[in-house]
Design a protein around this ligand. Structure first.
Ligand code: ADP
Ligand code: ZN
Length: 730
């Protein structure tokens, strides 16, 4: 048993979120410190946040050791959270202080809770009854003794805030001070459950039984979009709440829409706690604190919600588990899907990985029996999967600079006639990917990256999709200074908008691309309007592939189904397969069956054929077979090393030295490839070099990597990032 409490003056080891590679000793304050307590400690001239991690080492003059300043008024970090952070740090080769930073990303954790005004039913009757006043009082009566903020109450009653203020004067509504960090309202697991289909009911039963085991387990919940996966996992959430444990639902950031929150409210009677980049700082703090003291039962969030200080976590759902946004690509390089499994294993919690198109990793784990597998076979209700076919672009008659084949054009025209929607899909933002000088052949590139600048006609600028740098569109070629010779090459969604408008001048056309909106709210509002039928033809990037419901959509036309197949990326085939199936799944969600048409120059390509045949198992087995042969994930282990610096030579020298001194890796049978210039060899002015390490599945890779990398001192500007299980190879 480790020591759980430290009396005043006893030495404690404190982990801070500061970039130090060790624990610091402090004396416990007056009143003592619990193990795991969040504390404020002096560090040089500053006061910083830390966590009591264990007994102090005592290898420093006791008299000189400083004292903890104070213990913060938040729930101490639980033992399982310390274990989770430690193991996640070991796995991702990240310093522990960086993990603590991830776990404390809420401002003002130590502040005394500030107060705010809330409103609840008063004890007087209003002298004069108006419709607006009645609405306010009805809301308050409906919710019994609950209190609301002014805005919440006015919004729910659909009246102006002056009406509420008027009622306060009359004593019909009471205005009281309450701590800002209020507990979240209780959710009712039996509030709004739906009648489930036999398939769904069987799935929900299985998940409920697993939860009641009180043990760790992971289930892959697979089913086409619209088959009711969400309905099924919400039943698991309900069971978790009944057991008095907390539940977490992770969604890709982009899918964190009001739509989902409304669904949760319809199911449980109240809104859940939210944790994502759109949440205000005050609300983040409230969420963090309430999760820690068990006053938030259900959290809906983006990947970093996994690092919240749950008190009694029973269930984690990872929706769209294959989504690449679960991998954090800067700072701490972690995959939230994998970390979810780790956290659940430590907590004795259940994991549900939901997807229509699982990652090969999860598919393989299910195949090997490490995960259970549940499948919802058909779409809920009358809708069926769309009919998919290829348009062979080799035989279509198309002028240069145009991308909509006659066959696709005809299919769209038919939909317009019937008053149905079409989606034209192209996974490329902007107007044109290349701006070429017709006089000298120069292609305009970014000044800081080895990447072409992409024209964004809507913004009237060129933009680098690597670093975000923009510049105005020049009139003369920056290379040969010829005038008016610059021309757009290749299509982006903005350009497709032009072509479609030319082809269908009377149709209502909308281009959906994340960069066309000033705010997430504006984007949501527009998507909502489109879904209601305000548009005939939607042109979109992968933004539309994710989760939005377009009931009137019956045709999906994919402009370039080959686009994803060109990459040298290990997962190119998998990604294309997933994306194409998701996009196709947008068609025919309501009563009308859908059709998906894929424009391709290689209709005989294995991936395209598997997509068309809808034969998923065949695709996964073939893909699994290839990866097994190549000894790559999920059948082997990989780590990417990215070196960067301001001079190319220095970076390469380090890369070469690392390749030569590979002893620690050779001892575990691992191989090093490289150094090679990264596919994008310069980003933000820094030169980038990659090495790739491959090892067998069972090899102790992290340990060897740590020893290997530890041999090199990074001088000056040089940086090294180690990416375990890399997802992208740019
Ligand atoms: P998925 O998560 O697999 O895409 P959803 O759970 O979102 O599927 O279900 C698709 C649609 O069908 C939703 O509007 C959902 O409310 C509805 N639906 C699914 N199952 C049922 C059910 N048993 N009863 C009523 N509506 C359902
Ligand atoms: Zn750039």
């Amino acid at each position: 048993m480790s020591q759980e409490f430290f009396h005043e003056g006893e030495l404690v080891a404190v982990l801070t979120a500061q970039p130090l590679d060790r624990f610091l000793d402090y004396k416990a304050t007056e009143g003592g410190c619990h193990l795991g307590a969040f504390v404020e400690v002096p560090l040089g001239p500053r006061k910083v946040l830390g966590v009591v991690w264990g007994p102090g080492k005592g290898d420093f003059d006791y008299k000189k050791v400083r004292s903890v300043i104070r213990v913060l008024d938040v729930a101490p970090m639980r033992d399982e959270m310390r274990q989770f952070l430690t193991r996640a740090a070991d796995y991702t080769l990240t310093p522990l202080h960086a993990m603590l930073r991830l776990a404390t990303r809420a401002p003002g954790l130590g502040d005394a809770p500030s107060m705010r005004k809330v409103y609840r039913l008063g004890d007087q009757e209003p002298d004069r009854v108006t419709t607006a006043r009645t609405k306010v009082l009805e809301v308050l009566r409906d919710y019994g003794g609950l209190s609301f903020t002014l805005k919440e109450l006015a919004d729910m009653a659909g009246v102006g805030s002056s009406v509420v203020k008027g009622l306060v004067k009359l004593g019909a509504v009471a205005e009281v001070d309450a701590p800002r960090d209020m507990p979240y309202p209780m959710l009712d697991p039996d509030y709004g459950g739906k009648e489930l289909s036999p398939d769904q009911a069987a799935g929900a039963d299985a998940l409920r039984a697993d939860l009641r085991s009180d043990k760790y387990g992971t289930t892959l919940l697979k089913g086409v979009t619209g088959s009711g996966k969400t309905e099924v996992y919400l039943e698991a959430v309900a069971e978790c709440l009944r057991m008095g444990r907390q539940a977490l639902v992770l969604l890709p950031e982009i899918a964190l829409s009001g739509e989902f929150i409304n669904r949760v409210e319809a199911r449980f009677g109240m809104k859940p706690a939210e944790w994502h980049s759109g949440v205000t700082m005050t609300e983040r703090r409230r969420c963090w604190r309430m999760v820690g003291q068990g006053d938030a039962q259900l959290i809906v969030g983006a990947r970093s919600a996994l690092f919240l200080p749950f008190q009694n976590l029973g269930l984690i759902v990872v929706d769209e588990e294959h989504d690449t946004s679960y991998k954090q690509e800067d700072g701490v390089l972690y995959n939230a899907r994998d970390m979810t499994v780790l956290r659940a294993a430590i907590n004795g919690a259940q994991v549900v990985l939901a997807s229509a198109t699982p990652s090969l990793e999860s598919w393989a784990n299910a195949d090997q029996g490490k995960y259970k597998r549940l499948e919802l076979k058909s779409r809920y209700g009358p809708a069926i999967m769309p009919k998919m076919s290829a348009i062979d672009m080799r035989v279509e008659d198309l002028p240069g600079g145009k991308w909509v084949s006659p066959a696709l054009r005809q299919a769209i025209a038919q939909r317009i006639e019937k008053g149905e929607q079409s989606l034209v899909f192209l996974n490329r933002r902007g107007y044109a990917p290349i701006t070429l000088c017709r006089a000298c052949g120069h292609q305009i590139g970014c000044d800081h990256c080895d990447a072409r600048m992409v024209e964004h006609r809507f913004l009237k600028r060129l933009m680098c999709h690597q670093c975000g740098e923009t510049k105005p569109m020049p009139n003369v070629c920056p290379h040969c200074e010829a005038e008016d010779k610059l021309s757009a090459v290749g299509p982006g969604v903005e350009r497709m908008g032009e072509e479609i408008t030319d082809l269908f001048p009377d149709a209502r056309v909308a281009v959906l691309s994340s960069d066309l909106y000033g705010s997430a709210r504006a984007m949501k509002a527009h998507i909502e309007e489109i879904a209601q039928g305000g548009t005939d033809i939607i042109i979109g990037t992968q933004l539309v592939a994710k989760g939005h419901n377009f009931p009137k959509l019956t045709l999906v036309g994919v402009i370039d189904a080959d686009l994803g197949l060109q990459g040298s990326d290990l997962r190119a085939a998998e990604r294309t397969f997933q994306l194409m199936r998701q996009v196709a799944g947008r068609a025919g969600r309501a009563e009308t069956p859908g059709e998906a048409l894929l424009q391709t120059y290689q209709p005989e390509h294995g991936v395209i054929r598997a997509i068309l045949a809808g034969d998923e198992e065949a695709f996964w087995s073939a893909e699994a077979h290839e990866r097994k042969d190549a000894g790559v994930p999920p059948y082997g282990r990989m780590a990417g090393i990215i070196l960067s610096g301001t001079t190319a030579e220095e970076v390469f020298d380090l890369g070469n030295a690392m390749a030569r001194q590979d002893g620690p890796l050779r001892r575990i049978g691992a191989q090093v490839f490289g150094p090679a210039p990264a596919p994008i060899a310069r980003v933000r002015g820094r030169h980038r070099v990659r090495l790739l390490v491959k090892a067998e599945k069972s090899a102790p890779l992290q340990q060897a990597l740590a020893q290997w990398a530890g041999q090199f001192k990074l001088r000056g500007e040089l940086r090294m990032a180690i990416d375990i299980d890399p997802q992208s190879f740019y």
